[in-house]
Ligand binder design. Sequence first.
Ligand SMILES: C[S@@+](CC[C@H](N)C(=O)[O-])C[C@H]1O[C@@H](n2cnc3c(N)ncnc32)[C@H](O)[C@@H]1O
Length: 413
Amino acid sequence: MTTLRDVTTDTVDETRAEALRQELLRHLRGQGNVVNDHVAAAFAAVPRHRFLPDTSLDEAYADDAVITKLNDRGHPVSSVSAPWVQARMLELSGLGRGMRALEIGSGGYNAALMAELVGENGEVVSVDIDPEVTDRAQRLLAETGYDRVVRVQCADGTYGAGAAAPAEGFDAIVVTAQAPDLPPAWSDQLAPHGRLVVPLSFRGIHQVFAFGCEDGHLRSRGQTRCGFVGMQGDNRHTGHTIDLSDGDLRLGLNDDQHADADALRAALASATRTTTWTGVVLRNDEGVLPSLDLWLVATLSPCARIYASSRGVERGLSGWTIAAAATWEGGTLAYTTIRPATGGFELGVHAYGPNREQLADRLAERIRAWDSGGHRGSVEPTLRAYPAGTPVDQLAMGQIIDNRHTRLVISLP
Ligand SMILES: C[S@@+](CC[C@H](N)C(=O)[O-])C[C@H]1O[C@@H](n2cnc3c(N)ncnc32)[C@H](O)[C@@H]1O
């Protein structure tokens, strides 16, 4: 097997690093996140520890993200992502020999994996908005010899590669920061057969989708569940939050969602509540909550996240501090909650306001449909992205999410 990297000696125990790299690859294959032999060869070739020089070998080869930069408030703004998600996204990208690729969000390591996939005759452009990140990535790629294939550029990836985009478009664009929307540059710079792999956020859901072009819009062809650091720049997250009860219960809305804040606050203040228990149990360590959340977003409108503080839980406003699903209608609000049950927690719905019985029933019915319809294990909706302003009669059927640049339509098969 040929590899692009320069083989240089240094003080690290390279034999141990090689063994850990093979072990990581076995682990990724075992998970099913590495299937393709080219992706496997890339993971076998790229020395991850050389892109994480300040961490131990064990940390460098653990299947975890390594944070490389915090902002002033101590929140992570840059990292080298976890190997499992890098593997899954590269599998979804369809990258192969001689192709052109764009990475948005640099760390060095993932660009090196992409370089291994496209080979000497391919091309990788890696764009990051933060000059500290691009300086670091550039230096590490040069030290490992991958700068022969990867060009690093400091810019807002909202505009793709800008002037560096090839006229024929990229065969794959891999976005590695959580994006609320798909700016036009990404589809404009994508070759007609290309893949856009992007962690998208909508209605409080974080899910990676791989899109391909179809009849003037983008349609998802694969997905995986994962959260990333948020995108900065012109495609950063917006949205607004409504405080419903002294900071102890907050409703987070996307820009295209509206709720009557005063009426909902009044409903909460009345303290008159209906609680409907669904009989649906989340078993301990089952990890199916994201699938329920995705199911509700795909089948219920409006749908958003509600957040209870720990004081809100103490006050009995909710059974958990987790971001829960919520729906509302005028001055009525319904949201999911839990209570202990044998082997786990039973899902229920709290509802306040004049139509609380009906709205609680509607949300409870959706939860039961998720449970009984065989959706617990995985929910894989199709996501389509149309240019903003596309008339409704030209959209596929489904729940519509209106963003600045796109109308997203989420539908279940
Ligand atoms: C998870 S890290 C990238 C990880 C990297 N791809 C790797 O090797 O695993 C996300 C990066 O996205 C960058 N970023 C955030 N917003 C951006 C934007 N608008 N344009 C380009 N990069 C952005 C951040 O600076 C951060 O370095």
